[in-house]
Design a protein around this ligand. Structure first.
Ligand code: FMN
Length: 355
């Protein structure tokens, strides 16, 4: 297994020689062909957790944006992720922004992207999910809106209706910085309209069956006074968990890469501090009444643990995978389990919000 991971990390390093988007496409293609690494290790029971009504074998999830069209969720689960979020998917296919639109900031272990919801559309996404073999692993569908949509809220409702029954949870993503005006949906009245219509659609779709969890993904750049209001609105409309956070439009002055001033959302190591501070704000506002998922800048077990101690019941990552390869998932899980035990915790839940 160790040798195999060595091979995959070598392959990952070679892929890194390609321009970023070509490298990503090559990776997805290889995964579709079944060439991804398979982790045969059983998760340590100390890593089991529950978030938003879902039971997870481990708290380390793949963040949205890697598998935008739901083409390789099972390959990513096989890598050892506790859950995989596909998307963002938009109702109609759209190309996204012109390239180049994805930049590696290698000196900073960071990424800037301004992809702009490139999506093969909802029908393709649906057929990919329908074509999956039965797999007990959890797959979420992250919903976005078309750039030229006249009614963006309707796009989220379309997402729920089209994919209902095919995803283990849904994420309403209103925090991508690359679709003009999208983050305006985080403002008070807009969120009432959005979450109200999402709740209505969900109630219709659910009927008497157990409901499918719906999460809300927020930006790390929101104003602190809005945290309390967003948390309250999420609870009012039955949102099951808040994902904190998406990429940031801020640029810490520590960045060294020549790409640092590219427009778009910054992710990776330099986002850890900001997104964890925002997570702490949400944890204070949530007072344990709504679950949180911590995302942003996780590069190892210590970061994942810090998010959990700050209030997250699960975490997600994307950018670090680009720099560290697939072996990172196991490294994080092993380190996290050791940290939990060393501090005397018997479960992830016990460690949540103890920092
Ligand atoms: C290339 C790229 C594309 C992304 N696309 C999406 C997306 O479509 N929807 C979404 O909710 N988040 C998207 N994200 C944000 C990630 O899900 C995550 O919130 C962010 O990258 C912070 O985590 P990280 O520092 O571990 O990468 C994207 C991130 C990257 C790097």
């Amino acid at each position: 297994m160790k040798e195999k991971m060595g091979f995959y990390n070598l392959a990952a390093s070679l892929v890194k020689l390609l321009p970023p988007e070509a490298a990503h496409r090559a990776t997805i293609r290889a995964l579709r062909l079944g060439l991804g690494p398979v982790s045969l290790h059983r998760d340590d029971p100390v890593l089991e957790t529950e978030v938003g009504g879902l039971f997870l074998p481990n708290p380390v999830g793949l963040a949205a944006g890697f598998d935008k069209d739901a083409e390789v969720p099972d390959a990513m689960l096989a890598m050892g992720f506790g859950f995989v979020e596909c998307g963002s998917v938009t109702p109609h296919p759209q190309a996204g922004n012109p390239g180049p639109r994805l930049f590696r900031l290698a000196e900073d272990k960071a990424i800037i992207n301004r992809m702009g919801f490139n999506s093969a559309g909802m029908e393709h996404f649906r057929s990919c999910l329908e074509g999956r073999r039965p797999n007990p692993g959890l797959v979420g569908a992250n919903l976005g809106a078309n750039r030229d949509s006249a009614d963006r809220v309707a796009d989220y409702v379309t997402g729920l209706k089209t994919l209902w029954g095919l995803a283990d949870y849904f994420t309403v993503n209103i925090s991508s910085p690359n679709t003009p005006g999208l983050r305006g949906l985080q403002s008070g009245d807009a969120m009432d309209d959005l979450l109200g219509r999402v709740q209505e659609a969900r109630q219709e779709l659910t009927g008497d069956a157990p409901s499918v969890p719906v999460f809300l993904k927020v930006a790390p750049d929101i104003e602190l006074p809005d945290v309390e209001r967003i948390t309250q609105q999420a609870r009012t409309y039955g949102i099951n968990a808040i994902i904190v956070s998406n990429t940031t439009i801020a640029r810490p002055d520590t960045l060294e890469s020549p790409h640092a001033s590219e427009a778009g959302g910054l992710s990776g190591a330099p986002l850890m501090k900001k997104s964890t501070l925002m997570l702490k704000e949400f944890a204070a506002a949530a007072r344990g009444r709504i679950d949180l998922i911590g995302v942003g800048g996780i590069t190892g077990g210590a970061d994942a643990y810090a998010k959990i101690r700050a209030g997250a019941r699960a975490v997600q990552l994307y950018s670090a995978l680009v720099y560290h390869g697939p072996a990172l998932v196991r490294t994080i899980k092993r380190d996290l389990a050791a940290r939990l035990k060393a501090d005397g915790f018997n479960s992830v839940a016990e460690a949540v919000k103890t920092a």
